[in-house]
Ligand binder design. Structure first.
Ligand code: FAD
Length: 434
């Protein structure tokens, strides 16, 4: 168990610095680099004074919440409770640079000592009553609570999952030249694992139950555009492949076929890590149910990141996006709300993936789109994009090797102004003016 801090902070100035970073392709189209974003100045003087805020879940959303609490002027005690043995770290590199052997440590740079935060690692929360968090190490009273327990990978008996840094390092050790690697699921994580396995010289096969990779996220037609990437990367792809069982040295398919395997990895999505809240009485619905301010059904409780199912004013639906960008920025509104200045969380969701030699970036929410416009030819050297429209307005964009489209498309989605499908379809017309 790591512990740090614990005392009270000296009084702070009531004027806060602007904070926050935004991950997304820059206007220069140079890919998912980090750029500083400006957030509105926040006044501390009207804030609700809380004695002890407990943050459960020491991932990106939990770590950022701790930073935001201090940045927004909370002067009372903060305790960060995490189930893993590690301090908060970044997950996106786990299926990319870490698996590829280019990075070992993805720890987040959060100065816990300076922020005067007590950090309890290796301590799972087990239950909740109003005002009290129950953990394996005992009860923790709170008068403000941030739920940030993220998600856990869906499992398949006999197969490995990739969610934690321990998972990634253990998997990497098995990716040896010639090893027979079977990846179950051609979704975001599955495609990234296959990329790393093929790069390591493994004989790599991907099994997908749907008719196309990424069909669940992008639809079959768009997902099908990624099929040629597998062969080009030396990966065998089997579609309509239903796994019956994973045995120690092979995978058995429902149609009776068997595939020899030294390593089997499953990437079939993640579910909110909220089982421990069942029976507490807190409202759950595909995650912790929160409103547009990230406020949960009990006073003094907010939820943020992968575990939160928040109400999107922009799209008029409840979203649980499971995106790094959301866990990064959500704490700004969650903490403001907890400190008595309810702020609206209503981003245009953003996600990226590096797979099979391509950069995929997705912004917005495509459900309910009534028109889909293809922009550029799949396979073109300068990439292609798919635009999703609803009532003549852009609601989502998928940019493949076209980071500029992502940046400009995301702004158009935020602006919700009318777009011209004919101009959208012309890759020579910048998305900003299409
Ligand atoms: P998490 O990162 O899941 O952290 C939650 C923490 O809470 C965990 O440490 C967990 O152990 C802990 N916890 C759970 N239950 C309890 C409990 N009962 N008590 C105490 N602690 C608990 N997103 C992108 O946008 N782009 C990408 O390319 C991308 N790649 C990814 C690759 C991988 C391999 C993975 C796993 C995720 C990827 N993501 C990506 C998603 C992104 O990492 C998540 O959206 C982000 O990590 C969510 O942060 P979080 O803090 O909400 O949850």
């Amino acid at each position: 168990m790591y512990r740090s801090g614990g005392g009270m902070l000296p009084p702070r100035s009531s004027r806060l610095p602007r904070t926050g970073v935004n991950l997304g392709a820059g206007d220069d189209g140079e890919g998912p680099g980090r750029t500083v974003a400006t957030l509105p100045d926040v006044q501390v003087r009207d804030s609700l004074v809380r004695e002890h805020v407990v943050v459960v879940g020491a991932g990106l959303a939990g770590g950022r919440s701790v930073e935001e609490l201090r940045a927004q002027g909370h002067q009372g005690r903060i305790t960060l409770v995490g189930a893993e043995a590690h301090l908060p770290y970044d997950r996106p590199p786990l299926s990319k640079a870490v698996l590829l052997g280019r990075l070992d440590d993805t720890a987040l740079d959060i100065p816990f000592e300076r922020l005067d935060v007590e950090v309890l690692t290796g301590v799972p929360a087990t239950g909740l009553r109003p005002g009290t968090l129950q953990t394996e190490a005992g009860e923790l009273p709170y008068d403000g609570l941030v739920l940030a327990t993220g998600a856990r990978a869906r499992e398949l008996p006999g197969a490995r999952v990739l969610r934690t840094v321990d998972d990634a390092l253990a998997l990497r050790a098995r990716l040896r030249p010639g090893a027979r690697v079977v990846v179950v699921g051609a979704g975001w994580i599955g495609a990234e694992v296959a990329t790393a396995a093929a790069a390591a010289g493994c004989a790599t096969t991907v099994l997908e139950a749907d008719a196309a990779p990424l069909a669940g996220a992008l639809g079959e037609d768009v997902g099908a555009l990624t099929v040629p990437w597998y062969a080009a990367a030396g990966v065998e792809l089997h579609l309509h492949a239903q796994v019956e069982a994973v045995e120690p040295d092979r995978v058995v398919l429902a149609d009776g076929r068997t595939l020899p395997a030294d390593v089997v990895v499953v990437g079939i999505g993640a579910r909110p890590d909220t089982d421990w809240l069942q029976g507490s009485g807190l409202a759950l619905d595909g995650g912790v149910l929160v409103d547009e301010h990230l406020a949960a059904s009990w006073p003094d409780v907010v939820a943020v990141g992968d575990c939160a199912a928040w109400w999107s004013l922009r799209f008029g639906v409840r979203l649980r996006v499971q995106h790094w960008d959301d866990a990064l920025h959500g704490p700004v509104a969650a903490v403001a709300t907890l400190l008595g200045r309810p702020a609206v969380h209503d981003p245009v969701p953003y996600f990226w993936s590096d797979q099979l030699g391509h950069l995929l970036q997705h912004a917005g929410h495509a459900d309910g789109a009534d028109a889909v416009v293809q922009r550029g030819v799949p396979g073109a050297a300068d990439g292609w994009s798919t635009c999703y429209l609803r009532d003549g307005r852009l609601v989502a964009v998928l940019a493949v090797d076209r980071p500029r489209d992502l940046v400009q498309g995301r702004r158009r989605i935020a602006a919700a102004d009318a777009a011209d499908p004919a101009r959208l379809a012309d890759p020579a017309v910048p998305l900003r003016s299409a």
